[in-house]
Design a protein. Sequence first.
Length: 724
Amino acid sequence: MVPLVLVGALLVLTSRASGQSTVKWCAISQEMTKCKAMAEAFSNAAIRPTLRCVSATSLTECAQKLMNKEADAFAADAKDIYEIGKQATFKIAAAETNFDGEGTTYYAVAVVKRTNSAININSLKGKKSCHTGLDRTAGWNMPVGYLVDSGRMSVLGCSITQGVADFFSASCVPGAMGEAQSLCQLCGGDESGGHKCEMSSQEKYYSYNGAFRCLVEDTGDVAFVKHTTVGDNTDGKGESWAQGLLSKDYQLLCPDGTRSAVSNYTHCHVARVPSRGIVVRNDINSSVVYFMLKEGLQKSHFPIFSSMAFNGTNLLFSDSSAGFVLAQNEDYIRWMGWKYYNILKTMDCSPTDVPEFLRWCVLSYGEQSKCVNMAEAFKSKELIPSIQCVHGTSVEDCMQKIQNKEADVITLDGGYIYKAGKEFGMIPAAGESYTEDGDGSVYYAVAVVKKGTEGLKRFDDLRGRTSCHTGYGRTAGWNIPISLLIEKGLIRPQQCQITQAAGDFFKASCVPGANEPGFPSNLCAQCAGDSSGQNKCVKGQDLFDGYNGAFRCLVEGAGEVAFVKHSTVFQNTDGNGTDSWSISLNSRDFQLLCSQDNRAEVTQYKQCNLARVPSHAVMVRPDTRPHIIFGLLDKAQMSFGVNSDSDFKMFDSSKYEGSDLIFKDSTVGFIGVGEKKTYEDWLGQRYTDALIAMECTLPSSAGLCSTSLLLVGSLAALASVLAV
Ligand SMILES: *[C@@H]1O[C@H](CO)[C@@H](O)[C@H](O)[C@H]1NC(C)=O
Ligand SMILES: *[C@@H]1O[C@H](CO)[C@@H](O)[C@H](O)[C@H]1NC(C)=O
Ligand SMILES: *[C@@H]1O[C@H](CO)[C@@H](O)[C@H](O)[C@H]1NC(C)=O
Ligand SMILES: *[C@@H]1O[C@H](CO)[C@@H](O)[C@H](O)[C@H]1NC(C)=O
């Protein structure tokens, strides 16, 4: 206690020194009486700075007064802070806190029955859902916002209720009477079936306990409630329908796809709902306000967290709070957390926020024709926003047009994604997927070794060893592994002399295509030549050329490591190999060397790789809402995707001049960007590093580099090659 008093005493001094003798608290209408009483109590207890009350009619007005320096501080709940953050600038000084002492009101969770093992956060589509009520926090805004923001649920044109109705097979969402029918389908009403789907306790599945009951009675597969709901209705607690229920029979769905005990809610939740925050003016010292409140709580005996004496509820502060905590971060978005902020932002969208048109930037006559047909096709299904086509003279021109708001959207591959993000501030809104699992990558670049190889745990252990590469200048076989060696500091090319440095690092290699004058000859030493032993190290002719060739080079012992893609091993082992060298290979006899310097099984390529080569992304200006784009494309692919028998097909360019028009022809569907919200997140650190490292080899960088490199032109052109 003594140190606290000392801090308090110091504070009085410093706050006076910094000129903060009063804090002007903004109170809304009936809060004024409580505020004045609090100011008096604080004054009687000699709390400094002194508290003065300023009256306003709304939080918005409080925010305005803050900006005009007519007020210094007020408390508001996180959702209101999000709202005022759109116009005003301010800091968060502290937060109210109740049960956990960390400024959390509660956690929004997704509960399932333990026995229903088929369900996780990624498999909710088509399931039956129970919600506390329309527009309620834990039962609606948090889970729906989370599912949309994470790219799991698509919504056409911000019609969120329709999106939910399309996503779940049936639901009970009390209060959704005027919305899609399936949203009330699971509701029960009262004993005689009346009041069905009403937002009142006459609906038996209303609110927290009701939503949980909806799950308990097997009406729904998942219930969206708060972290205390299961405990309130199990292990002897709750009403008659809850008798005999055991908390261990229920589990939470975690964002990482796992499930957890209901007690693990701090780690396994849909969203954390922050407590109310103390908003202060930017030039106010946060700790001065925090210590004023804290001291007031300790010394004044004023009932800060009670409104009873003032004929109201939650006046100035929440009646259920118990104390204050200093804000970990004064920036309001960081204070509330990006996840919560993104959820609010996703839900903060009404049909009027949807633009009328989406102008797609196209580059060729073929793309233009496909785009026009796409616009017509989408229109026939009433998809919004409607598509318009804008012609750009080059990819850069399109990026410029999008930045200038003369166009809105373009599909780009790796290197152009880098340029669009770095130079034009664009963000990904959706991605192409080339596999059914929606992984969002083209492939993973891996380093394969034989299981028995000793002493090969780290990349540094490759020094002085033999290696097999798909070819000179190729992505998985050359650019990515070599850039990793550079990045790890294992090779230090002088003046971009990368081949020289690589030749010095490995004892001997097979790098088909490295048979060029001036290149170290050991880069070709391990090659085999064609079947007659001719054309050694010649691209396309050496037996060790390409993915399968590099793997064969490893298998036949010419190299101790092969740089290939993750699928190469599976294509040549376990009976998939058809050539004499591969026919009896077993995938279990091979392992991967990870960029994190450890080894793993070949099946673990998602964790153990040198880089993930990202798929093409649909890129937009940062003021475009990504889920509007994803919502449109996801709905469109149902009519015009891979399995459609429609005239227009999104992933088929054969009717037009060219291939991969607007979208890659090998696309099987779109995926939401989820957590990969920036171009850097989309590309991934390793792949971006590879782009940057290999940029050194381009003629444009000071002209020092070998011009024989396959990759010429801009960094973007380099990456286009990388992504092939
Ligand atoms: C709690 O959930 C997290 C996130 O899924 C998980 O990593 C952790 O192992 C869980 N803890 C327990 C005790 O189950
Ligand atoms: C804010 O006040 C604290 C004392 O509570 C003091 O230590 C700190 O230096 C002040 N900060 C600024 C920026 O004046
Ligand atoms: C609270 O309400 C009661 C009865 O309506 C009234 O007598 C009392 O004056 C009110 N108190 C305050 C502080 O407004
Ligand atoms: C390889 O064969 C297995 C079955 O032995 C099969 O499941 C797998 O899809 C094949 N992989 C490739 C890449 O052909």
